[in-house]
Design a protein around this ligand. Structure first.
Ligand code: CA
Length: 262
């Protein structure tokens, strides 16, 4: 027996599932539909998460080791622009202080006024979100990190999107040439610490994590006088303090489209 509810087109049936032979009411039909939909919803969610897992990409990763590096091995000693990590100072692939393995990288000492830095450019397809992750040991002196980007106004010329200094008191963020520096919640940056940045090129902000703890979210990208804010990722500069005695070491550097694991 099959009835059609003409008000909503729903079909009610009397069959083995309805032993008393009474029509199934609308509430029961709705319940059955929901029950039927739950497995479909679960399948859909699994498919979405599966696709997300497939699309999670590690775009670059290095421990600056001598072997088994997926994007190029490093020889201990003078950096000499190995694997397109460009240097201006006396940068080295170092065995002095490492977070993992036998080697790390240091931009070398400052010149008394500015800290030395090492820089690498990347040419990834444009992404709305990127995660930059690294370990840093500032050896008590401090350092600085820039993430550079490009905008329609800057063309191919990169300029800072993320601009901060690591000090003994915490992390000092600059959001513009004339903008005041902001010290995010104080963290003691002695020894090795993990720095993680979630870059949002849609909102033009970033979130800052230290040792996987979110310290501050939604920090505006640096605003450059002629170029505005970065719209696409261009590269990274890792730097040390200005003191000639200073050394900052970096290790386990990666760029990915999702939160880096573990
Ligand atoms: Ca290493």
């Amino acid at each position: 027996m099959r009835d059609v509810d003409r008000t909503d087109g729903a079909t009610s049936e009397t069959n083995a599932a309805c032993p008393r032979g009474r029509p199934i009411n609308k509430t029961e039909i709705l319940h059955m539909r929901v029950q039927h939909k739950i497995p479909l919803m679960v399948c859909g969610m699994l498919a979405i998460f599966g696709l997300a897992a497939v699309h999670a990409e590690t775009l670059y990763r290095t421990g600056f080791e001598a072997a088994n590096e997926p994007f190029g091995d490093f020889v201990a000693g003078t950096l000499s622009n190995q694997n397109d990590w460009n240097q201006k100072g006396k940068a080295e692939v170092s065995t002095q202080s490492t977070h993992a393995g036998a080697q790390s990288v240091t931009p070398g000492p400052g010149d008394g006024k500015y800290g030395a830095g090492i820089e690498k450019r990347f040419e990834f397809p444009k992404k709305p979100e990127l995660w930059v992750d690294c370990m840093v040991d500032c050896d008590g002196f401090g350092g600085f990190v820039w993430v550079t980007g490009t905008s329609a106004a800057s063309g191919e010329k990169p300029f800072p999107a993320v601009y901060f200094f690591i000090t003994s008191n915490g992390i000092n963020v600059k959001s513009g040439q004339d903008a005041p520096s902001v010290v995010v919640p104080k963290v003691k940056m002695d020894g090795w610490h993990r720095l993680t940045l979630r870059l949002n090129f849609v909102d033009k902000t970033y979130d800052l994590y230290v040792d996987a703890n979110l310290l501050k979210e939604g920090i505006p990208f640096y605003t450059a006088p002629d170029f505005g804010q970065a719209e696409a990722f261009a590269g990274v500069t890792l730097g040390g303090a200005s003191d000639p005695e200073s050394r900052a070491y970096y290790d386990d550097f990666s760029i990915a489209t999702t939160f880096p694991l573990p």
